[in-house]
Design a protein around this ligand. Structure first.
Ligand code: DGY
Length: 312
């Protein structure tokens, strides 16, 4: 906001504990030249239609599946996001979740606090080894590659799947490209780090979960709908896979009747991938920079839809 002060007039949604209500959003976008939004705002065709004056929608996140980019592009509205500044922090979190899930850190913490710790048990709360295990990454983009690099410290064989091969990283890390099914069969840890698109929705469903090892851990650091949550619940209950660490869920915030909440072999941070103090500040700064460029007719640093420039 310091960056916006004096440069533009602006209004903000003041509450941090609830997202902007739909009717407020529809009303407030009507006379805005630029909008800075979070992934909690559904910037669909209706909102974009109402935003008659809007020149830029500046998302404070790298993922932007909440924004109808096609609708924005048709109207010549620029869409921007916050890549790069959150890559390392999100990769750190992928590892935090992977290790917490593998080594039952959250269950162990609950066990200690609830007074159940009576003695040192030889097989008590035993988990899966991380070192030496095969890491399978689905989506070897900026964040996926950064997660991959960290695996070297754990001597992990690395396999990956993506739309296209990354031969540079294959050479650098000895990563092996595999078709999705082979990756699922081979990996001890499967990490999802790919964008949510109509093609990747429910990328991991009943069939895919059945291909995984009974000792495997699934980690989702990207978007909840990549995983069919009903199928995952069944796979966890039926011990088809060993555990899951999910930073993101199909519905956020999670409804209180979500079946996964009852399972001990699931770790569920509330979408904290990029949540370090310094990274969240950098994301906000980049979003402000993008927005100021957009409203003053300049090309923003992190433009998602360059085609929109032609339509202005
Ligand atoms: C993103 O940037 O897309 C994350 O989900 C939030 O940081």
């Amino acid at each position: 906001m310091k960056m916006l002060d004096g440069a533009v007039e602006y209004r903000t949604w003041e509450r941090e504990d609830v997202p902007v209500p739909r009717d407020t959003l529809l009303r407030e976008v009507a006379d805005a030249d630029g909008i800075i939004c979070l992934l909690t705002e559904k910037m669909d065709a209706e909102v974009i239609e109402r935003a008659r004056q809007c020149r830029i929608i500046s998302q404070v996140a790298v993922g932007y599946d909440n924004i109808d980019v096609d609708a924005a592009t048709k109207r010549g509205i620029l869409v921007t996001n916050t890549p790069d500044v959150l890559t390392e922090t999100t990769a750190d979190m992928a590892w935090a979740i992977l290790m917490a899930t593998a080594r039952r850190v959250v269950e162990g913490d609950k066990f200690t606090r609830s007074g159940q710790w009576k003695t040192w048990e030889i097989m008590g709360l035993t988990g899966q080894d991380v070192h030496g295990a095969t890491l399978g990454i689905i989506g070897l983009g900026r964040i996926g590659s950064t997660i991959a690099r960290r695996s070297k410290g754990f001597d992990m064989p690395l396999v990956y799947h993506d739309l296209k091969r990354n031969e540079g990283l294959e050479r650098e890390l000895g990563a092996e490209y595999l078709p999705l099914d082979d990756l699922l069969r081979r990996s001890d840890f499967v990490v999802l780090s790919t964008a949510l698109t109509p093609k990747t929705r429910h990328l991991i469903g009943e069939r895919e979960l059945r291909l995984m090892k009974p000792t495997a851990v699934l980690v989702n650091i990207a978007r909840g709908p990549l995983v069919d949550q009903r199928a995952l619940y069944r796979a966890l209950v039926d011990k088809q896979i060993w555990a899951a660490g999910l930073d993101v869920l199909e519905v956020e915030p999670v409804p209180s009747d979500e079946p996964l909440l009852k399972l001990d072999n699931v770790v569920l941070p509330p979408h904290l991938g990029s949540a370090s103090i310094s990274t969240r500040i950098k994301m906000a700064e980049l979003a402000a920079k993008n927005c100021l460029a957009g409203v003053t007719g300049k090309r923003p640093p992190a433009l998602v839809n360059p085609d929109a420039l032609e339509r202005r």
